[in-house]
Design a protein around this ligand. Sequence first.
Ligand code: HEM
Length: 207
Amino acid sequence: MAVTGLLLVVFLFAHMAGNLKIFVGAESFDQYAHWLRRIGEPVLPETWYLWIQRAVLTGALIGHIAAATVLTRRARRARPVRYAHRPKVQGTYAARTMRWGGVIVLLFVIYHILDLTTGTLNPVADAGHPYANVVADFAPDRWYVTLFYTLAMVAVGFHLKHGVYSALRTLGYRGQAFAERVGWTVSIVLVAGFLSVPFAVMTGLVS
Ligand code: HEM
């Protein structure tokens, strides 16, 4: 869980930081997207790096879900008889929503790829100009897209908070309070960074 999770977190931070280029302007953002397709040149042919990254991320995602399935099965086997009475509050909200939260994040990623990578669900869908795609996506009259992204980012945030917390607890690094603090900090920075983009477009700061 931790190794595949860490890989996904590294991707998320790189992705969030890259997205902030939208505040520099259309040219900078589109150039950055173009550069993503040329990483590794001339050693690697165009888009090879991107495809390697896609393969690694897909592998990490499958590994992450497989590890979660194994852990869930192990937990169920350890207690085959369900609790007759389960007290309402068991663990934090983030901890109790790991499985469903994960499913929501997965559904979001599928929608997101159809939206901004393949352009299938994007109103502009101009492969060479992702800036235009993002601005069209979060236009004020498409407030429901921003709402959906916001809910998905909150789900990512909770999932990440508990993931980072669990990883630090498993490693036994410092105490519980420290793991809580790091979990919250990592997830708040990430969610705020991601959400700044749709909200900047919706309010006209980026157009
Ligand atoms: C408001 C938040 C987000 C915005 C504005 C955003 C924007 C984008 C854009 C513009 C692309 C296309 C880049 C390109 O083709 O050059 C993209 C691709 C992608 N995004 Fe996001 N993203 C956001 C959040 C997320 C989150 C939370 C995840 C994962 C949980 C994610 C995962 C991906 C993936 C997997 C791709 C495909 C990369 C590829 O082509 O291989 N994004 N995103």
